[in-house]
Ligand binder design. Structure first.
Ligand SMILES: *Cc1c(COP(=O)(O)O)cnc(C)c1O
Length: 360
């Protein structure tokens, strides 16, 4: 059976060599006579798989030893609550930057625990821009500054890192992690649900500076307490073992692709081609300011809404799947994560050209 090109925003494409290896190892992992899914999380085998994945992630992202790496459940959404519970550290307020729907959700959850202040928002441009840093109303006493480096729905990405001074910088990197190098030392905490660029749904990665641990609010659920998870190597309870194993395979694959610098090159080429085509087509449009256009999530519209359905139908017939935009914004969205090959983008552009000429 031929594999389609999958532009889903999440759960998203996985690298084919990873799926092939998982298939080979499904019934009998490395001669042990069982699947990774069937292993005790306390077994030497699973503990080995888990620590190897952490080692590879540390290497790929350059994560220093004064940061803990946690492999958790609950998605990025659980972190919207875990972050204030762990990082308020007796303070009453936290700063939030709102650049789209995910940062808004993080803010709303933050409000349950803290005086969550909106220090900057791009609402007045319908979230198609990033507010200039010199307009941000930062509070030097905030417990942390939260932002969303890539808005998965709006397709808006930061290509610079906010300078939060001594206030810990917290980033929801769910849809940009591993797409290009980042300087981890600029962050107090980085988190990401796995199902975009890391692996299957069900795993969430938290990278947190160790000096921020151990000060969780007393009512923090035990499994959400970063210190307890760090002390237990993310195995305080049963972790998502199979998702962790698959993430480990993705990290190994990334190392064969030239690491994150290698990925960035390919990702810039892929996104660049698609934006260039959209801009020059005189047919399709992307609403985002050029300097903040996401490398991972590329929304676009057709000249008339009634063309959406036939566009999607024709795409599917060519094996181009999941191009429908988020229900809240309409139009189309091509998510071109690490595992989406350049040939997928080329095929999509060919289809877009044909569709435009046949539906002028
Ligand atoms: C997908 C996504 C989320 C939600 O992740 P869940 O794992 O479903 O909780 C949050 N933030 C961003 C930026 C996302 O892309």
């Amino acid at each position: 059976m031929a594999r389609a090109y999958n532009f889903c925003a999440g759960p998203a494409s996985l690298p084919e060599p990873v799926l092939e290896q998982a298939r080979r190892e499904m019934m009998d992992w490395q001669g042990k006579g069982l699947s990774v899914m069937e292993m005790s999380h306390r077994s030497d085998e699973m503990v080995g798989i888990a620590s190897e994945a952490e080692k590879d992630l540390r290497e790929l992202m350059g994560i220093p030893n004064d940061y803990a790496v946690l492999f958790l459940q609950g998605g990025a959404t659980a972190q919207f609550s875990a972050i204030p519970l762990n990082l308020l550290r007796g303070r009453s307020s936290a700063d939030y930057v709102v650049t789209g729907q995910w940062s808004k959700k993080a803010l709303e959850e933050g409000k349950r625990y803290a005086n969550a202040n909106v220090v900057a928002s791009s609402k007045d441009t319908n979230f198609s821009t990033i507010p200039a840093f010199d307009t941000w109303k930062l509070d030097p006493n905030a417990a942390y500054l939260h932002y969303t480096p890539n808005e998965t729905i709006g397709g808006v990405e930061f290509f610079w890192t906010p300078d939060s001074g001594d206030v810990p910088l917290v980033a929801d990197m769910s849809s940009t992690i591993l797409s290009r190098p980042v300087d981890v030392t600029k962050f107090g905490l980085i988190y990401a649900g796995a199902q975009k660029n890391i692996g299957p749904a069900g795993l969430t990665i938290v990278i947190v500076r160790r000096d921020l641990l151990g000060k969780a609010h007393a009512m923090t659920p035990t499994i959400m307490d970063y210190q307890i998870q760090a002390d237990n190597d993310s195995m305080y309870n049963t972790p998502p073992t199979y998702a962790w194993y698959l993430a480990g395979l993705v990290f190994k694959w990334l190392k064969t692709q030239g690491g994150l610098a290698g990925m960035e090159k390919v990702n810039r080429r892929k996104a660049g081609k698609l934006y260039d085509y959209i801009d020059n087509s005189g047919y399709y449009k992307n609403p985002v300011e050029v300097a903040s256009r996401s490398l991972m999530n590329i929304p676009f519209t057709l000249p008339r809404e009634e063309l959406d359905k036939p566009f999607l139908k024709g795409a599917e017939a060519r094996g181009l799947l999941n191009l429908k935009g988020h229900r809240s914004v309409g139009g189309m969205r091509a998510s071109v994560y690490n595992a989406v090959p350049e040939s997928a983008v080329d095929t999509l552009i060919e289809y877009m050209k044909d569709f435009a000429s046949q539906n002028a």
